[in-house]
Write a protein that binds this ligand. Structure first.
Ligand code: NDP
Ligand code: 2IT
Length: 457
């Protein structure tokens, strides 16, 4: 939780922790939001009396299920599947599916909770949800991934629908997995609908959806810099991760004249002081998306780059100690701790735009705040992905599809609006220039009004 002197915040959090023991990631996500909302509830006692916040931290529904499947060796495997249908006040549940061995209910509740605010910020009619499994796709054949996805959807299909709950990708779930899950949904229901987003453009997907999260995080950074009379031109940038979000952040940074110099995966990070240009990015995309290789292979191809293996026992991640002007964490939660945040600032980093969800621990956020770093929290900065998912829903249901330029133009407009509304909300509640408070408040206002309008349900 952010540092607070407020007895109300402390009391709210201790009651939440008492009824949700062990869900530490969820406590962290709620603890980031509640201090921002105190002045909002003070000014709107009707929401306090209506216990809007108490209702908001309780998912409307949690589905947990067994996923059994047979691997290539003929061995029966058992995983656990989940869908957290968190809040439908402003639209059908919407949010990704994560396949990663660290997935548990606490992780999915953190992601689902953040999704409510993020989706409200996009201005699109989508509620908040998240799901996934502790299945680890690493090292699995295409056939194994297909059988897992089919087994997962054989239960999930009865809970979702294009007007009910619309999942998409997240860590470990990309175009391949969406294809297998869509195929199984279609077979079980005999319907061809927009039940999942991130589909191939050959069968109902939107152009720019693969690019949208990474592009959006860079557009958000450009907005923050623009509001301060600066730009990304010539800026050295640290990017973590090497998956969907990281790849398209690197692409857009190149388009805007910046110089991305790092990428990572769970094995370590590469530093290329010459910059990761579009040709090098194409190598990474082939490596990661087609050959499913490791980022260490980058340094075999590009001799000027250096690889640093991950040291799980270290108190900091040396990626964040590379001197740079800006940082784009695009891997996973809690990848920037207090030491990392201090290192970034000490080395001249003046901007952080979060492509990942909750990549910075509260102590790190506090450091960015104190040092005046332009800090774009994930729920604002990475909202471009789900925003284009909502545009995919609109296109699919009207059976009309837009050009790349049209979707990209809308994405740019949405990121601009999120930036503006976050700043306006921060200003209105006495937190001038604070994007963390501003995005929490702007997202909450819309959901709170909708929950109030719809009565106690
Ligand atoms: P991918 O699976 O495509 O890529 C994830 C990347 O992060 C990989 O390089 C992976 O390395 C690395 N990574 C994952 N977990 C860890 C870990 N525990 N420690 C170190 N590295 C790790 O996922 P995405 O790019 O889609 O997602 C990245 C982040 O962006 C996540 O936080 C996700 O929630 C967020 N996000 C994604 C959106 C989307 O549209 N896809 C939208 C908004 C946010 P390795 O392969 O070695 O595991
Ligand atoms: O965290 C996220 O916003 C996503 N993984 C994307 C969700 C979506 O429905 O596109």
């Amino acid at each position: 939780m952010m540092k607070t002197d407020s007895p109300w915040v402390t009391d709210f959090m201790s009651r939440l922790e008492a009824v949700t023991p062990h869900e530490t990631a969820f406590h962290q996500a709620v603890g980031e939001v509640v201090p921002s909302l105190e002045p909002v509830l003070d000014r709107n006692p009707v929401w306090r009396d209506g216990r809007i916040l108490e209702r908001l931290v309780e998912p409307e529904r949690v589905i947990e299920f067994r996923v059994s499947w047979v691997d290539d060796a003929g061995v029966v495997q058992v995983n656990r599947g989940y869908r957290v249908e968190f809040n439908s006040a402003i639209g059908p549940y919407k949010g990704g599916l994560r396949f990663h061995p660290t997935v548990d209910l606490g992780v999915l509740k953190f992601l689902g909770f953040e999704q409510i605010f993020k989706n409200a910020l996009t201005g699109q009619p989508i509620g908040g949800g998240k799901g996934g499994s502790n299945f680890d796709p690493k090292g699995r054949s295409d056939g194994e991934v297909m059988r897992f996805c089919q087994a997962f959807m054989s239960e999930l299909f009865r809970h979702i629908g294009p007007d009910t709950d619309v999942p998409a990708g997240d860590i470990g779930v990309g175009g391949r997995e969406i294809g297998f899950m869509f195929g199984q949904y279609k077979k079980l229901t005999n319907t061809f609908t927009g039940v999942l987003t991130g589909r191939s453009t050959d069968w109902g997907g939107s152009l720019i959806r693969p690019e949208a999260t990474g592009y959006g995080a860079v557009y958000f950074a450009a907005e923050m810099l623009g509001a301060n009379g600066s730009s990304l031109e010539g800026k050295r940038c640290l990017v973590s991760g090497s998956g969907n979000v990281a790849q398209f952040a690197v692409e857009k940074l190149n388009h805007l004249g910046a110089k991305p110099v790092t990428l990572s995966d769970s094995g370590g990070f590469i530093h290329d002081p010459d910059g990761i240009d579009l040709e090098k990015l194409a190598f990474v995309q082939d490596l990661k998306n087609n050959r499913r290789g490791r980022i260490i292979e980058y340094v075999e191809k590009y001799a000027n780059a250096e690889f640093t293996p991950r040291d799980r026992d270290a108190d900091h991640n040396p990626l964040w100690n590379v001197p740079a002007d800006a940082a784009f964490p695009c891997a996973t939660q809690n990848e920037i701790n207090g030491v990392d945040a201090a290192n970034l600032v000490a080395n001249g980093c003046r901007l952080v735009s979060e492509g990942a969800n909750m990549p910075t621990v509260p102590e790190g956020q506090e450091i960015f705040r104190e040092k005046g770093v332009l800090y774009g929290p994930g729920k604002a900065a990475n909202a471009g992905g789900v925003a284009v998912s909502a545009l995919e829903m609109a296109q699919a249901s009207s059976r009309t599809f837009w050009s790349r330029e049209e979707v990209d133009r809308r994405l740019g407009g949405i990121m601009k609006d999120i930036h503006k509304h976050s700043l306006e909300a921060a200003e209105a509640y006495g937190r001038t220039g604070d994007y963390l408070d501003g995005s929490n408040i702007a997202g909450f206002l819309k959901v709170a009004r909708a929950m109030h309008d719809q009565g106690v349900i």
